[in-house]
Design a protein around this ligand. Structure first.
Ligand code: FAD
Length: 506
């Protein structure tokens, strides 16, 4: 075995959420190695300025950094999130919740949802699919606006809440900037106007700022946002466009005052050419309309958004343009794209910040030496693509199976062809209610179940093994599980009160 020299200079291009998450994680994980970490950001260009909802995996990232939860929540104006309420995606009017907590417990090898469909067959025949929410503590708690931290070791798996956060991603970036700078990351303010490359290898060697300063590097992390300064503008990596499956290409965002309640929920409501988000933070509410410009003008989208606000807007609405899809390779030569520079799936399932964290941890798992092993780079790219495609399928599922057919946008979604991987999953569920979701999928069978049932997709027959469970036992299992959830609810408090007390006390 040979020893290969390590890298000496890591340069992070961009100081949005992706840039500072990368800087913070690297400052922690690479501590003790003889290398420098420099982050360059431009005050003139600024950041994308949106991003508020997360999924529970954020706990792993924050724990990896060793953040104190209450301190983080205070600095980032965070609230607790138990899931997403999808309004008018199935029946119109109607809503269902995609919770972070499981539905029910399996029993003698029978999946819970199969038992529930047998138990609720009359409801299902009448088109009522959301009764399953009574078997998810998160759903019941979220609808009532209740929360408390799960108590480790207490109760069974259905009585423990799993949760994420709503927070201001710009404040999170600022918070992590202070973390990273304290641990030795150097911040350079300036606008990059050029990237120099080695003529033989094409590796990026230096970025040049508008005032003539140059920053040399061995390994570059491109966190420059949609523009993809290094990965695309310098290296011409290419982009896989998924607009035919995820047709939204614009968002209009506007913060407003909060309405009367701070539910521990993101709300996603269908509109004529897309959907609208509503996200409660401590100091304001994030609102936005994600739509397709092929089907709606910006003026009409802005009007719809402003009409829907729960309270006074706090700023002028802002339009953000994007193309759903992913970079053909996340890692090209000595550049890795992290954040919006690597692709964008649209925010329906709050996955972008998670994909940033996953990319950072994957870079650390494949951290290069001066030779940049092609096998490591290829493995990184394979894993990144597979992850994006799994999340993509889950997001497309919402559009493809939505109940709305009243506008040409929704009729397009109903009729569009979808990736085979997704068709197979939908067909398996429609046939015998099987959930054929792999264990490495970010969204578990419970997530798929929430969306499939919530949007009114039902199997034509159930698992034949249900015949092994006598009706009396089925009824007893259901009653017992429901009782456990009702009991667990008693330990929860009004979300606003709990949040306030938690942020003050810790
Ligand atoms: P940016 O914030 O754009 O940062 C780019 C950085 O690069 C900036 O610091 C900029 O100054 C710098 N830069 C660019 N060019 C130069 C240059 N020439 N010289 C120097 N510096 C430069 N994610 C979620 O997880 N949950 C959500 O609910 C969510 N909602 C979203 C809603 C919308 C409409 C959009 C568009 C995104 C949403 N996201 C969400 C995604 C989330 O906002 C981003 O993933 C996250 O903010 C990371 O952005 P970024 O750091 O990659 O890019």
């Amino acid at each position: 075995m040979r020893a290969v020299d390590g890298l000496k200079r890591v340069v992070i291009v961009g100081g949005g959420t992706a840039g500072w998450m990368t800087a913070a994680a690297f400052s922690k994980a690479l501590h003790g190695l003889p290398l420098s970490i420099t982050l360059i950001e431009s005050d003139e260009i600024g950041t994308v300025g949106v991003g508020e909802a997360t999924i529970p995996a954020i706990h792993h990232f924050n724990a990896f950094l060793g953040l104190n939860q209450a301190d983080f929540m205070r600095h980032c104006q965070a609230t607790f999130k138990l899931g997403i309420e999808f309004i008018n995606w199935g029946k119109v009017p109607g809503s269902y919740i995609h919770p972070f907590t499981r539905f029910g417990l399996d029993h003698t090898n029978l999946p819970f949802h199969q038992m529930w469909m047998a138990y609720a067959k009359d409801d299902l025949a009448a088109g009522r699919t959301t009764g399953i929410e009574a078997f998810s503590l998160a759903c019941v708690a979220a609808r009532k606006g209740l929360f408390a931290h799960p108590v480790s070791g207490a109760g069974s798996d259905i009585t423990r809440l799993n949760y994420a956060f709503h927070f201001d991603a710009s404040l999170y970036a600022r918070y992590l900037r202070s973390y990273a700078e304290t641990r030795g990351v150097t911040r350079v303010e300036g606008k990059i106007v050029d990237a120099r490359q080695n003529v033989d290898t094409g590796f990026v060697t230096q970025v040049v700022l508008s005032d003539g300063r140059a920053v040399d590097g061995d390994f570059f992390i491109d966190c420059s946002g949609f523009r993809g300064l290094l990965i695309e503008q310098a290296l011409k990596t290419g982009y896989e466009d998924w607009t035919h499956w995820l047709p939204a290409d614009r968002a209009i965002a506007v913060p407003s005052d909060n309405g009367d309640r701070l539910l521990p929920l993101t709300q996603a409501t269908t509109e004529a050419a897309g959907w609208r988000w509503s996200i409660p933070l401590q100091h304001r509410r994030g609102n936005g309309y994600v739509f397709s410009s092929q089907y709606l003008t910006e003026d009409a989208a802005r009007e719809t958004l402003l009409q829907s606000l729960p309270a006074q807007p706090q700023a002028e609405p802002r339009t953000i343009r994007f193309v759903t899809g992913k970079r053909k390779a996340g890692w090209n030569r000595n550049v890795v794209a992290v954040g919006l520079s690597s692709g964008f799936l649209e925010p329906l399932e709050s996955t972008s910040i998670h994909l940033i964290q996953a990319a950072i941890l994957r870079i650390l798992a494949h951290f290069p030496d001066a030779e940049f092993s092609p096998a490591d780079v290829a493995a990184y790219n394979r894993e990144t693509s597979a992850e994006m495609e799994r999340v993509r399928d889950f997001v497309i599922l919402h559009y493809k199976t939505a109940g709305r057919e009243d506008t040409s946008f929704w009729r397009y979604c109903r009729d569009m062809s979808v990736p085979d991987s997704l068709s197979h999953a939908i067909e398996a569920f429609k046939s015998r209610g099987r959930l054929t979701i792999s264990h490495d999928n970010l969204f578990s069978v419970h997530s798929w179940l929430a969306v499939l049932l919530g949007q009114g997709i039902l199997p034509s027959a159930l698992d034949p093994l249900l015949g092994t469970l006598p009706l009396s036992e089925l009824n007893a299992v259901m009653a017992q599980q429901r009782g456990e959830i009702d009991q667990a609810l008693k330990g929860l408090r009004r979300h606003e009160d709990y949040l306030d007390a938690f942020c003050r006390a810790h």
